[in-house]
Design a protein around this ligand. Structure first.
Ligand SMILES: [Fe+2]
Ligand SMILES: [Fe+2]
Length: 161
């Protein structure tokens, strides 16, 4: 069984992952409306990953005898600006997520819940990848500017599995 404090913190994080999913969906919609279909597809991939993160936490909670609950998804931003500004927003968001995951691990350590601490290691590692992928795309965007390079990067991002 999960301790109440751990259950509450995990439930908050699971809902935060769903909020992230919607953030990326919103970014995907902006790219779609601008005809940047590769960027849009990449952001849809990001949306799916965040939904999977939420499921991962919720499945773990159920395994430990808890019942996850959904909260309302509010205040999803729209209109992020230029492509580089969209990705800078995403990076800033992921940096906050990393911070929240670290705080979550601290809380779980305080509660001495080894199984949950171990399960959360996956998220700690995932955040490293999330941030570095976004940094890589931002660097490319800054290098290529607005011309044909953007078209090529759109093609490249469309290939995301
Ligand atoms: Fe996530
Ligand atoms: Fe993420």
């Amino acid at each position: 069984m999960l301790k109440k404090r751990v259950e509450k913190a995990l439930n908050t994080q699971a809902n935060a992952e769903l909020w992230s999913a919607h953030l990326y969906l919103s970014m995907s919609l902006q790219f779609s409306s601008e005809g940047l279909n590769g960027f849009a597809a990449w952001m849809r991939g990001q949306y799916s990953e965040e939904v999977q993160h939420a499921f991962k936490i919720m499945r773990f909670m159920v395994e430990r005898g808890a019942k996850p609950t959904l909260s309302e998804i509010k205040d999803i931003p729209v209109d992020f600006g230029s492509p580089v500004e969209v990705f800078e927003f995403a990076l800033e968001h992921e940096t906050k997520v990393t911070d929240n995951i670290d705080k979550l691990v601290d809380l779980i350590r305080e509660e001495n819940d080894k199984a949950t601490e171990y399960a959360l290691q996956w998220f700690v590692t995932e955040q490293v990848e999330e941030e570095s992928t976004l940094v890589g795309i931002i660097e490319k965007l800054k290098r290529i500017g607005d011309g044909a390079g953007l078209y090529l990067l759109d093609k490249e991002l469309a290939a995301r599995q």
